[in-house]
Design a binder for this molecule. Structure first.
Ligand code: AMP
Ligand code: GLY
Length: 414
């Protein structure tokens, strides 16, 4: 079985290594890939989207696995192009990936299918936004498009809202687009991952990520500074409610709306006093949640994804360990406003945990930073305490100039 994994970060390395460990022993290929991923998967020698598609046809790739979201909505969409060329793709078509690419599309979908979510109003300009906020603070403002995790502002007061509205509508930081003004919700957050195959779904191991840069959930939002994963993150009752009120109606809604879906679907939820509500959908695995969840996976992920991409749902092929997994991210100087490349990474050989590379480069001098999030250090344990103690201890052995790391991953919000 030949599998191409699309993406270049820590999530994709975690997917590649888990696919590589499948008993079906697939041959792995990567695009655009990274030096770290190329330790396990062969580089696809393409320099464009067209080149990638042609190479997959010429080399008879059996399965294309979408890691990151951008390719799902690029041009005609990765899965759409795969379908035209007869390549099974684990990742949804462009029409369905609008659940992630457009906040307004997602909100309309949620309301249409009566799935619990915050109330919201879509607006087209600054004045409409101010009117929709109606002096109610805190308020949540969401740019209606892909913005690399930076398009959402939780605004405690008018000054913060006005600043974000200026960025969106006057400076056009994310380009043209509308905005959602959303009700401010409270409660612990949880990331639920579904593997969706048409009308079927399997709920994978839940996780929680830590989006703020600094300890105590302070500082700016980031792509994620760490994650904790375990079946035990939510009680069986909460998981049942999530399945009945959110996951099952979402899968049924996709069917009803004629939105084909085969791939991972990420439900970003808030466990509010009124029950779980959807904050966002992402049409792929979470990063860094994937780095935490994948080491808990048992079975044959490669055969599971291949079958699913062909419309055959085979949940019996995978399962998850009962224990805990904790992922600590090391980010480079300046992240998330900027990032710093070329800093030599020290201590990797002393680290006794699994290391996934989010943004690194291999040089003659050794591994160097090459991105905002640099490394994911991941440890497992039978108990939460065992997993988090090991993850933090091992992460502390790795360092580079300007490294940023939270010390409260899997302690805060637990
Ligand atoms: P998103 O990019 O949609 O995941 O939003 C980023 C973060 O903003 C979430 O992880 C939440 O912490 C916060 N957030 C999003 N929507 C809301 C909401 N309606 N109420 C409170 N916080 C929110
Ligand atoms: N960890 C959040 C995300 O992948 O979007």
């Amino acid at each position: 079985m030949k599998i191409a994994v699309i993406g270049k970060g820590g999530r994709e390395q975690a997917l590649v290594e888990t696919l590589a460990g499948s008993p079906s022993k697939p041959e792995l290929y990567t695009f655009p890939g990274s030096d770290a991923i190329r330790q396990t998967a062969k580089q696809i020698p393409a320099d464009s989207f067209d080149g990638l598609m042609q190479w997959m046809v010429d080399n008879k790739i059996d399965l294309c696995v979408a890691g990151e979201e951008s390719y799902l909505v690029k041009e005609e969409g990765l899965a759409n192009r795969c379908a035209t060329l007869g390549i099974p793709c684990w990742g949804p078509r462009k029409e369905s990936a609008q659940l992630e690419a457009s906040k307004e599309f997602a909100k309309d979908f949620l309301l249409r299918h009566d799935i619990p979510t915050g109330m919201a109003k879509a607006v087209a300009d600054y004045d409409e936004a101010i009117a929709a906020i109606g002096g109610q603070y805190p308020t949540v403002l969401k740019f209606d498009g892909l913005a690399a995790g930076k398009g959402v502002a939780v605004c405690p007061d008018a000054a913060a809202a006005e600043e974000f509205l200026r960025e969106v509508f006057i400076d056009k930081r994310f380009g043209p687009g509308r905005l959602l003004v959303e009700e401010f919700l409270t409660g612990p957050e949880i990331s639920i991952f579904g593997a969706i195959c048409d009308e079927h779904y399997l709920i994978l191991c839940p996780a929680r990520d830590y989006k703020r840069l600094c300890d105590g959930d302070e500082g700016p939002n980031t792509g994620g500074m760490g994650a904790v994963a375990s079946r035990q993150l939510a009680t069986p009752e909460v998981l049942r409610t999530i399945e009945e009120r959110i996951v099952a109606p979402t899968v049924a809604g996709l069917q009803k709306d004629g939105l084909p879906y085969r791939g991972f679907l990420y439900f970003g939820l808030m466990l509010t006093p009124q029950g779980p509500k959807v904050i966002e959908y992402n049409c792929r695995f979470g990063d860094p949640e994937c780095e935490a969840v994948m080491p808990l996976l048992r079975g044959d992920l490669a055969s599971f994804c291949l079958a699913g991409a062909k419309g055959e749902f085979k949940p019996e092929l995978i399962s998850f360990d009962e224990g805990w997994s904790v992922c600590c991210i090391l980010a480079s100087a300046g992240y998330p406003a900027s990032s710093h490349s070329g800093d030599l990474i020290r201590g990797l050989e002393d680290c006794g945990a699994r290391v996934f590379h989010c943004g690194t480069k291999k040089t003659e001098a050794g591994w160097q930073t090459a991105g905002g999030r640099v490394l994911a250090i991941v440890a497992q344990g039978a108990t939460l305490d065992e997993a988090r103690t090991k993850a933090h201890e091992e992460a502390a052995k790795v360092d580079f100039d300007g490294a940023q790391r939270r010390s409260d991953i899997a302690y805060k919000n637990m």
